[in-house]
Design a protein around this ligand. Structure first.
Ligand code: ZN
Length: 350
């Protein structure tokens, strides 16, 4: 925590006070803007104010209402949060919220699509929630593929972030296709039979030269789609909305978690494993073991470095084992691996 951060916090506090008490104006943007000028690494420093991490909501339509709904849900579940509820969704607005609100368990932020690349690499959020991408930002943002590239770039810079995305939108699904981040699709699993009075944004397949067809289309380009020439199609939904009713009081639905996508607790999140040798006792291949580790949130790498959390050494482990020993990386045998996979308990003393 350096002098710049201290100065930035002071500048944020003074400008918040001045705006509220002297100018009688909301202080949703300017304090963060000033503080970011003083300390460009401000968001890295403030990240720790959200003890359990943060969620960032992005998308063309519905960001503020969805993010505020999410914030309400966190609070209803008894969690404390920091949130930019007013919709100030550039880096300055998020920085203002982090400066002005007391430390909390979770950060719940909405972010402008093109600003995600400036925010996510610093906040390194646990989740990005991607709602939809419509072309009505054309004048401001340029082509939709520029927005897609920017969002994908932001996710690449924060590879531990999990992408929760609206699979009904082929433009969002295409982003999930191109990133290495763990991605969880959600969507509406029935035809709402709405009047088709909007022009779909994505008619051409973004993976090949084919056309995107629809089993049903809800609105714009959202629906259950597939390409007529390649394997691009709406992914199998992990979370699906069903029994959807739209009435005067709003929308109701039943949200179901699909069995195939049953959430496994991400107890190994942040840990990197390297597997070497033969797992003779369990008969698992290294790929199978790696897949199980990944499903629990771990990263699996092919080479040992100082950043490796654990090396799993089966029978006749070779140079990777030697390298782990020379770097002081903890080594697990197959029994310890099986114990870890069964219990999710990370070994502390090896
Ligand atoms: Zn295609």
């Amino acid at each position: 925590m350096g002098m710049r951060f201290t100065l930035a916090k002071a500048a944020g506090a003074v400008s918040t006070w001045g705006l509220r008490h002297v100018a009688h104006r909301p202080a949703a943007n300017l304090p963060g803007k000033i503080a970011l000028k003083v300390d460009p690494a401000l968001l890295d420093e403030l990240r720790g104010k959200c003890a359990e991490g943060s969620v960032i909501t992005v998308g063309t339509n519905g960001k503020t209402s969805t993010n505020n709904l999410l914030a309400d849900a966190f609070e209803a579940a008894g969690r404390t949060i920091i949130c930019n509820r007013t919709g100030a969704n550039l880096a300055a607005g998020i920085a203002s919220a982090l400066l002005q609100q007391p430390a909390a368990q979770w950060g719940v932020f909405e972010c402008d699509e093109l600003w995600l690349a400036h925010v996510l690499p610093h906040l390194r959020s646990r989740y990005v929630l991607l709602l939809n991408l419509f072309r009505d930002q054309l004048d401001r943002c340029g082509e939709i593929d520029r927005i897609q590239t920017s969002i994908a770039g932001a996710l690449a810079a924060s590879p531990d972030t999990v992408l929760l995305y609206n699979a009904d939108d082929p433009l969002c699904a295409r982003i999930a296709d191109t990133v290495v981040n763990r991605s969880i699709p959600f969507g509406l699993d029935e035809d709402l039979k709405l009047a088709q009075n909007t022009v779909a944004d994505a008619q051409m397949c973004q993976k090949c030269d084919g056309m995107v067809r629809y089993r049903y289309r809800q609105y714009g380009q959202l629906g259950d789609y597939f390409c007529d020439q390649c394997d691009f199609a709406r992914p199998a939904l992990v979370y699906a909305g069903r029994d959807i009713a739209i009435g005067a009081a709003g929308v109701t639905m039943a949200a179901e978690a699909m069995e195939a996508g049953e959430e496994v607790p991400q107890v190994l999140s942040g840990l990197t494993f390297v597997l070497t040798g033969t797992l003779a006792a369990s008969g698992m291949t290294r790929d199978e073991a790696g897949a199980r580790l990944k499903a629990m949130g771990a990263k699996v790498s092919g080479s040992v470095s100082k950043k490796t959390s654990f090396v799993v050494a089966g029978e006749s482990a070779g140079s990777k084992y030697d390298k782990a020993v020379s770097l002081g990386v903890p080594v697990l045998d197959e029994a310890a691996l099986l114990h870890l996979l069964e219990t999710g308990e990370v070994p502390r003393d090896i």
